[in-house]
Design a binder for this molecule. Structure first.
Ligand code: NPG
Length: 383
């Protein structure tokens, strides 16, 4: 079934974080998030609404995208193409936008909104649509860089008490070996534990990173700059701990190359980074065929993206716990009435029609900072 896009709404929301989140590329205390609402009409003219969440940050610090740029490219470049494409379904979004380079997070948000609307129209859950096999998934937590080891251990202990089954620690030069040793000591030898460098190291850091081997980590995530695939392959040969790529993986073909070169022993899949959930599934399928374990990354999503990620992570190739923590890990209150929670270290995969969330409209309005509407002719109206 295909649909006509009647109207698109771009809404910005301000969401304070419960505690600052520091990575090697910066510290965040709040998220400025772009939400996309599409109103689709089916052949009989019935309208169904769908929502997507753009994971771009305020600044181009994780990748070249940033939220103001994402909004601009959607209004001025992506939507005109999409509206001109005629009746569509979610699978048509990426091909319709393929001539426009880059901007995967903006494209992903549009595809996501169409997918949500389409699934709601069909009364199908995202998990069913994907062929997800599990009803619950293990939940990992991502722990930021802390000023002192005492503060770090207090934070980690809190997450262990919350039940998280896997700890991921952000590292950077000067905040790595000692911190990893202290956390390993606290959580014991059996708790799954991994680190994430967000590109903070250089090729010459191989022998330093090999010092992490003794802590039996699941993986070292993205130690080198995203374009340094050969460097990651060399590092994978030098370090026993498996090398996992995040920022480097932006497409199925690029992931295949990284695997072939020996640079990607484990893959972090983030739908926003690769241009959408449908490309994420293709990367998952490739990794399964190549025997590469995958896990689902997170971008501090609200209940919209968190619900969709939980369904994606229920696919069989996601054999490692993902960064799909409870909504309360980052937000005191979510914009959905059914926020993701964890029970015995696991998240229940949503089963409702659509991507699997129900908006809390009053709270959504309360956190909205701006809202525009775009009609089929491209006319923009401030709401
Ligand atoms: O649980 O949503 C989460 C956060 C997981 O650490 C996390 N994300 O580099 O993977 C990352 C990091 C990130 C967050 C990157 C926000 C970019 C933006």
């Amino acid at each position: 079934m295909t649909f006509t896009i009647e109207r698109v709404e771009l809404r910005r929301i301000a969401m304070p974080l419960v505690s600052p989140f520091r990575t090697s590329f910066g510290s965040q205390t709040a998220r400025d998030i772009l939400l996309v609402r599409v109103d689709l009409a089916d052949a009989s003219g019935s309208i169904v609404e769908g929502w997507g969440e753009c994971v771009a940050l305020s600044e181009p610090s994780y990748s070249p995208e940033y939220v103001d740029g994402a909004q601009h490219v959607i209004v001025h470049h992506l939507l005109p193409r999409l509206m001109a494409a005629g009746p569509i379904e979610a699978a048509d979004v990426s091909p319709a936008l393929a001539k426009l380079h880059g901007h995967p997070m903006a494209k992903a948000a549009l595809e996501m909104a169409v997918l949500d609307a389409q699934l709601r129209a069909n009364g199908t859950s995202f998990a069913t649509f994907l062929g997800a096999e599990r009803t619950r998934i293990p939940s990992g937590v991502s722990v930021g860089i802390h000023d002192s080891i005492d503060e770090l251990l207090t934070a980690v202990q809190g997450y262990v008490d919350d039940g998280y089954v896997r700890i991921k620690l952000k590292i950077e030069p000067g905040s790595d070996i000692e911190q990893v040793a202290a956390v390993r000591d606290l959580i014991g030898p059996d708790t799954p534990f991994q680190v994430d460098a967000n590109t903070a190291y250089r090729r010459t850091d191989g022998s330093h990173l090999a010092r992490l081997d003794e802590f039996h980590l699941l993986l070292i995530e993205q130690p080198l700059p995203e374009d340094d695939i050969i460097g990651h392959a060399r590092l994978a040969a030098e370090v026993e701990t498996p090398i996992c790529l995040d920022e480097s993986l932006v497409s199925t073909s690029g992931t295949a190359d990284a695997i072939d070169l020996g640079a990607c022993e484990i893959a972090n899949i983030k739908p926003g980074r690769v241009g959408g959930y449908l490309e994420a599934v293709r990367i998952h399928d490739l990794c399964v065929a190549r025997g590469v374990p995958v896990w689902c990354g997170g971008m501090l999503e609200t209940g919209i993206g968190r619900a969709a990620n939980a369904a994606l992570a229920a696919l069989p190739g996601f054999t490692l716990p993902g960064d799909i923590s409870a909504s309360t890990r980052f937000y005191a209150r979510d914009i959905v009435t059914d926020p993701i929670t964890i029970t015995n270290g696991h998240v229940t995969v949503p089963t409702t029609a659509g991507l699997g969330f129900d908006l809390d409209r009053d709270f959504l309005d309360a956190v909205t900072t701006s809202c525009i509407s775009i009609d089929q002719r491209g006319t923009v109206t401030e709401l």
